[in-house]
Design a protein around this ligand. Structure first.
Ligand code: NCD
Length: 292
């Protein structure tokens, strides 16, 4: 039984096949490959993109998709997460797509090996499908990513998007620089820079902007995000006419992460990421439920 807790669960061949399938599905929708399969989405944290993207992906492949809302489930009556999960597995789920605030939850549930577990975001640890859709989006633009220079900008330490992206981008040979004020900077061996200045911008091909993860901060880190925005907001004035691709996983804090004007700019791929998310999740579901 194959799970997707982070992209390290995928072999190089599986990774290549997922990209190949996502590309093919984007050109032409496939037949209902997952007919008679049951997928359950179980989201303990809020979501707009990831949950709907998974549900659309499953339905486009002909699967039955059921959503359990934990705020209205027996979790509220004191049922443990493990018991909720076992209950859904017993109903014949072929895959459970889970989002949770705790880093360890998807791996613990996967270790039960009762149904395929797909991590749709766990704490600040991993968000593998976001990393894969970002990878796919960049491959479409650049063809080959070896040596491509990416700056990850924002609340990196709290971001599961950054955690998964860093592991996948390192694996495919990209050159990563982390750009953040000290409280947002993780402790690792990657190149770091506190300023989003001209010298940095002259030396990157891609910027991944990230939202401040306010819900993960134990105490407010910045009183005033307008001050933060002065240093880190991705604006046209900052980028000038440089040929830099701008990514953001969403939700965007407008004029703090990226300016209104920049969001309309051709270089900004936020909605292309969303679009690609459906195709990559279709390819992931196929890889996990049919191919392995
Ligand atoms: C992200 C998440 O929930 O991790 N959103 C997403 O899935 N596209 C990022 C965020 O909430 O900032």
């Amino acid at each position: 039984m194959q799970h997707l807790v982070d992209t390290e669960d995928l072999s190089d061949i599986q990774l290549a096949n997922i990209i190949r399938d996502a590309k093919a599905f984007k050109r032409q929708l496939p037949p209902p490959l997952l007919q008679n399969r049951l997928l359950i989405t179980l989201f303990f944290e809020n979501s707009t993109r990831t949950r709907s993207s998974f549900e659309i992906a499953g339905k486009r492949l002909g699967a039955t998709v059921v959503h359990l809302d934990p705020t209205k489930s027996s979790t509220k009556k004191g049922e443990t997460l493990g018991d909720t999960f076992d209950t859904l597995s017993a109903m014949g789920a072929d895959g459970i797509i889970i989002r949770h605030e705790f880093n360890s939850v998807p791996r613990k549930l996967a270790d039960k090996n009762s149904t395929t577990v797909i991590n749709a975001g766990a704490g600040n640890y991993a968000h593998p499908t976001q990393a894969l859709l970002d990878y796919f989006t960049l491959l479409e633009i650049f063809g080959d990513l070896k040596g491509k220079r990416i700056a990850i900008v924002g609340d990196i330490v709290s971001s599961r998007v950054a955690s998964s992206a860093i592991r996948l981008f390192e694996r495919v040979g990209m050159d990563i620089t982390l750009v953040a004020p000290e409280p947002f900077m993780p402790n690792n061996s990657l190149r770091k820079c506190e300023k989003l200045d001209d010298e940095l911008l002259d030396n990157v091909d891609i910027i991944m902007s990230l939202r401040a993860q306010l819900e993960r901060h134990k105490a407010p880190i910045f009183e005033d995000y307008d001050e933060y925005a002065k240093e880190y907001c991705i604006t046209k004035e900052r980028l000038k006419d440089r040929n830099i691709i701008v990514l953001h996983p969403g939700p965007v804090m407008r004029n703090i992460d990226i300016s209104d004007e920049m969001l309309e700019d051709q270089r900004c791929k936020v909605l292309e990421q969303v679009k690609n998310g459906v195709f990559i999740r279709m390819a992931i579901l196929k890889a996990l439920l049919l191919d392995s």
